[in-house]
Design a protein around this ligand. Structure first.
Ligand SMILES: Cc1cc2nc3c(=O)[nH]c(=O)nc-3n(C[C@H](O)[C@H](O)[C@H](O)COP(=O)(O)OP(=O)(O)OC[C@H]3O[C@@H](n4cnc5c(N)ncnc54)[C@H](O)[C@@H]3O)c2cc1C
Length: 387
């Protein structure tokens, strides 16, 4: 398939692909069918240092740019895998790197970089708050040198496969703050002690293999030294990390889209019906050609957002547009591939149906398409806030 002759990341792509080649479609089909955590894959990614790409070098990490980190996740999805099983470690890390104290960074970043600790869980969403994060009710009350936390979370993914969790809780109830975004705080919860001692969870079976859970927090004690940054400023720290998250997810979607394109084009050229390859029909060609063009446009926006991010410039508009365009282009590519494969698209052994399910997530999580459109309308175009 067409390649960008100016690709700056061809070595990195090759290294990541070499690792991913050890985890072919059959591996992902098996973990999907068994709803198992792809432990061997995550371990390999950790040992290769990829999940520590965004940790600064002085703490033993890769010190990579967001563009490089995004290429890592892109190549995982481009190879037929699913970076969603471990991507959170990359973007959650930002809160610790940017807003953690020296003591917190020195304590946690080196073992995370060395693969001795996992920071894969992120507890933000609650059953009654949904996208409206400021309405969360989980409450942390300070008692001397600890916080006592009570509440409930939903969709807390990978908690059973992580040592640490970043948790958002209210330290001042919504009714008592001047601004809705105030009074929220971020905590680093050590799950090795907390599970069974204030934290319990139950799995939520879903249409993809995502190891997500419902979380109950009952008198969980967290030392004050595990609060990230200032009390009450957690929402701002969360927002600070969103551009990185958007860029990384956009890259995964582009990887998905290109995987669908490669499979679909190969199949369209091989499959003979009515004495000719189905790819000779414009009804098959055009949806693939359009999805491909949309993918390349989204890819440009992804690298523009990454360039601004890495230069320390504002990139909210570009990061959000990249996520929107990439998720849509990947979903269009998924649909075009499904149609191209006909009945075989539904057969597990072709991986199309699995990737189709996985790709659909990015229309909803970590942020839904509507909320990105609302962001663009309000913050980029200057129209009234709609939500
Ligand atoms: C598999 C999976 C894994 C997840 N992992 C995590 C995790 O690890 N940690 C975590 O904290 N969360 C996680 N989430 C939660 C995810 O971030 C939320 O599902 C997502 O933010 C949407 O919130 P919601 O499901 O409550 O939808 P709601 O907020 O209830 O929204 C439902 C629908 O209404 C639309 N909508 C709502 N308000 C408006 C408006 N004003 N204008 C237009 N449309 C609107 C939304 O776009 C959406 O389509 C996960 C979710 C899934 C499905």
């Amino acid at each position: 398939m067409h390649k960008n002759p100016n690709d700056l990341y061809s070595d990195l792509r090759r290294w990541v692909r070499r690792l991913c080649d050890r985890f072919p479609g059959e591996y992902w089909q098996r973990v999907d069918a068994e709803e198992a955590y792809p432990e061997a894959f995550v371990q390999a990614m950790t040992e290769a240092g990829y999940l520590a790409a965004l940790i600064p070098e002085e703490y033993g990490g890769g010190g990579s740019t967001i563009a490089e980190a995004s290429v890592i996740l892109e190549e995982v999805n481009r190879s037929g895998g699913n970076a969603g099983v471990c991507h959170a470690q990359m973007y959650i890390m930002g809160a610790l790197v940017r807003h953690g104290s020296e003591a917190q960074k020195a304590r946690y970043l080196p073992p995370i970089a060395a693969g001795e600790l996992r920071l894969q869980a992120f507890g933000v969403t609650e059953p009654d708050a949904g996208t409206d994060t400021t309405r969360i009710r989980t409450l942390a009350v300070r008692k001397g040198d600890r916080y006592i936390i009570n509440g409930q979370k939903i969709w807390t993914s990978r908690i059973a496969h992580s040592d640490l969790m970043l948790l958002l809780a209210r330290t001042t109830p919504l009714e008592e703050v001047k601004k809705r975004t105030h009074g929220l705080s971020l905590f680093l919860v050590d799950l090795r002690q907390a599970v069974g001692n204030g934290v319990t969870f139950t799995p939520i079976p879903t249409m993809i293999n995502h190891h997500t859970t419902q979380l109950f927090i009952d008198n969980l004690e967290v030392p004050v030294e595990n609060r990230i940054g200032e009390e009450g400023m957690g929402f701002r720290y969360l927002l600070d990390g969103l551009n990185a998250e958007r860029i990384l997810i956009a890259a995964e979607s582009i990887g998905d889209g290109d995987w669908f394109m490669e499979r679909a084009v190969a199949y369209a050229n091989e499959r003979i019906v009515f004495d000719r390859p189905i790819g000779q029909n414009q009804g098959i060609q055009f949806p693939l050609a359009r999805a491909y063009a949309d993918l390349r446009a989204a890819d440009l926006m992804r690298f523009e957002a990454a360039r601004l991010f890495d230069a320390g410039q504002p990139c909210g508009a570009e990061a959000n547009m990249a996520k929107l365009l990439a998720a849509d282009a990947a979903w269009d590519a998924a649909n075009a591939a499904m149609q191209t494969f006909g009945g075989f698209g539904f057969a597990r052994e072709y991986d199309i149906e699995r990737k189709f399910r996985e790709t659909r997530l990015y229309q909803v999580a970590p942020i839904s398409t509507n909320l990105i459109l609302a962001y663009i309308a309000q913050h980029v175009l200057g129209m009234p806030r709609s939500y």
